[in-house]
Design a protein around this ligand. Structure first.
Ligand code: SAM
Length: 274
């Protein structure tokens, strides 16, 4: 099946990128095929794509054999996406709407992979939501998401680095998070100001006896004052001093030196007491 070049699709449907919707389109089909390969084989796999725009990544996912559900807010893109629906009969469904207000599990109705090149602000909100769910393992099987490179580095960061913080703990305490590909700003139309990178996340087993909410509150307090000693930053966290003693964490250490396993161990003790 030969599809028209994406530049022609954009011109034919008058899809001038809008800043308010965070639109930076990817038009290089080889690059898009490489992105669609990041999650592994998508043959007959349900994929949720958020923000398909003119459909470049959507095409690549369909070429990889995926069954795609796409949520797009900009109705100007719908006619271009309807052409793709025709080219891949029964393989693409497009929902017009705001991905922030849609229940993805309900929409998908089966386990699914998420692939998206989203506006950065929307991407971070959705990532926090996907990673923070009560149900674990979650319905999604993997997340393959484009971020500003600086945010991607915070997601995959290791302790004792400047990038290490709440986002790293959230992304790694019950998932693996990898920086899968750096994408140069010139790959986008129009090019954004900063470099981008794609992060790939897969859920792992959830450590036993740990409440996600307790861990979240703990890292919020610890990294809220990341340069301070833990005994200072965790002063307002009931039971934290005893928990550090029990786990064997020196309270003069700073949050950025505490490993994810140590945060989990602390949260486990606190989950039993709060
Ligand atoms: N996936 C396309 C690509 O790679 O060329 C478009 C990427 S563009 C960075 C982001 C897309 O997300 C735009 O099409 C925009 O209209 C859409 N979008 C922005 N906010 C959204 C939201 N809250 N829900 C659904 N789509 C949204």
């Amino acid at each position: 099946m030969t599809l028209p070049p994406l530049r022609e699709v954009i011109a034919a449907h008058g899809l001038k990128a809008t800043k308010a919707l965070g639109q930076n389109f990817l038009l290089d089909e080889q690059l898009l095929d490489r992105i669609a390969a990041i999650p592994g084989s998508l043959a007959d796999t349900a994929v949720l794509e958020v923000g398909p725009g003119p459909g470049g990544l959507t095409r690549a996912l369909l070429r990889a054999g995926a069954r795609v559900m796409a949520i797009e807010m900009d109705r100007r893109c719908l006619p271009a996406l309807a052409e793709l629906e025709q080219a891949f009969p029964g393989k693409l469904r497009v929902v017009e709407g705001d991905a922030l207000t849609i229940d993805h599990d309900e929409l998908m109705g089966e386990p699914y992979a998420v692939v998206a090149n989203l506006p950065y602000n929307v991407g971070t909100v959705l990532l926090t939501r996907w990673l923070g769910g009560q149900e674990w393992p979650p319905r999604w099987r993997s997340l393959t998401l484009m971020f500003q490179q600086e945010v991607a580095e915070r997601i995959v960061a290791k302790p004792a680095s400047d990038a290490y913080g709440r986002l790293a703990v959230l992304a790694q305490w019950r998932s693996t998070a990898k920086l899968a590909m750096k994408v140069h700003r010139s790959a986008f139309t129009p090019p954004p100001k900063v470099m981008s990178a794609i992060v790939h996340i897969e859920p792992t087993a959830m450590p036993e006896g740990v409440s996600a909410r307790v861990l979240e509150r703990l890292t919020q307090a610890a990294f809220g004052q990341r340069r301070k000693m833990l005994r200072q930053s965790l002063k307002g966290t009931p039971g934290a001093a005893e928990a550090m003693d029990e786990v064997g964490i020196d309270p003069t250490r700073r949050a950025e030196t505490v490993t994810i396993e140590e945060f989990v161990a602390l949260a486990r003790v606190l989950s039993g007491t709060t």
